[in-house]
Write a protein that binds this ligand. Structure first.
Ligand SMILES: C[S@@+](CC[C@H](N)C(=O)[O-])C[C@H]1O[C@@H](n2cnc3c(N)ncnc32)[C@H](O)[C@@H]1O
Length: 268
């Protein structure tokens, strides 16, 4: 599969189910936390990359930022547009590929991405784009799922059931590895801070309820099931593996989604 075909599929995948609901119900704390860590201030020019329905863009606008939310998937931008109106903030919504951002060099004080840029296939191309559009001395803030955390492991269960990555693409969760991020940003940054954070997910009453929720609402899980839809044995296997994982990963208070928060200062 070519990179372009992969992106066309990614765009269709993230429009499946109800990602805005998943973002609202499972990662609501991440955007406001990232905005605070990145120090978004009144009047700051902010770009949210792979913004989806605005889980980070809207908190950035609430913090006073002058925000552009960019994403590959128009359906999510549309949902974000409505959410921003409901929140009473102005955000500009723009269709854009994280690997080819349609913005001038050095045009943003803060460039953010929560669980977004990590899903573009060519990591170095994305890192170079994030650096290019940030002004010297500006901030890049990311929230990236870690390979060993809940979401990283959830994807690991689904990957054998999903279409393969295109040649030259790297697994998204590598962005949750400090060494990988350090290498990608290289001497393009003058400071790099990593913080491991956890988003608690407490509202699913049972492991089965969690699996059913992701099957109905989360594009990657829907794609995994669609890929084996004509094979009842493989579908049953996927059901079992996801349920087993949901049971094994449950703690006393539900589930904990670990992510790596990255705050980088663009070198001058
Ligand atoms: C897990 S969602 C996260 C959305 C949002 N940042 C949030 O925190 O809710 C991943 C997002 O990445 C977007 N995406 C995937 N590949 C992309 C690419 N190459 N360029 C821009 N956006 C992309 C998808 O459309 C989707 O909105």
């Amino acid at each position: 599969m070519s990179v372009d075909d992969f992106k066309a599929r990614a765009r269709a995948m993230w429009a499946l189910g109800d990602f805005p609901r998943v973002a609202r119900e499972t990662i609501a704390d991440v955007g406001p936390t990232l905005v605070a860590s990145a120090g978004v201030r009144t009047g700051a020019k902010v770009l949210d990359v792979a913004a989806g329905s605005g889980a980070t863009s809207i908190p950035a606008a609430l913090a006073g930022g002058d925000v552009i939310a960019s994403d590959l998937t128009p359906e999510l931008l549309e949902a974000g547009r409505h959410a921003a109106i409901a929140a009473g903030v102005a955000v500009q919504w723009t269709e854009a590929d994280a690997e080819a951002l349609p913005f001038d060099d050095a045009s943003f004080d803060v460039v953010l991405s929560s669980f977004g840029a990590m899903f573009a296939p060519r990591h170095q191309v994305v890192a170079d784009e994030l650096l290019r559009v940030a002004r010297p001395g500006g901030t890049i803030g990311m929230a990236n799922w870690t390979p060993g955390g809940w979401v990283g492991q959830f994807f690991l269960v689904m990957v054998p059931f999903m279409p393969p990555l295109p040649e030259g693409a790297l697994p998204p969760v590598l962005w949750g590895s400090e060494e990988h991020v350090r290498t990608l940003f290289g001497d393009g940054v003058s400071e790099l801070t990593f913080t491991r954070r956890v988003q608690p997910v407490t509202h699913f009453p049972s492991p089965q309820a969690l699996v059913d929720y992701y099957k109905s609402n989360f594009g990657p899980t829907i794609i995994a099931y669609n890929s084996v839809a004509d094979d009842p044995g493989r579908t049953a296997e996927l059901d079992l593996k996801l349920l087993d994982f949901a049971e094994r990963s449950r703690g006393d208070d539900g589930w904990e989604f670990e992510y790596l928060e990255v705050i980088a200062r663009r070198a001058s």
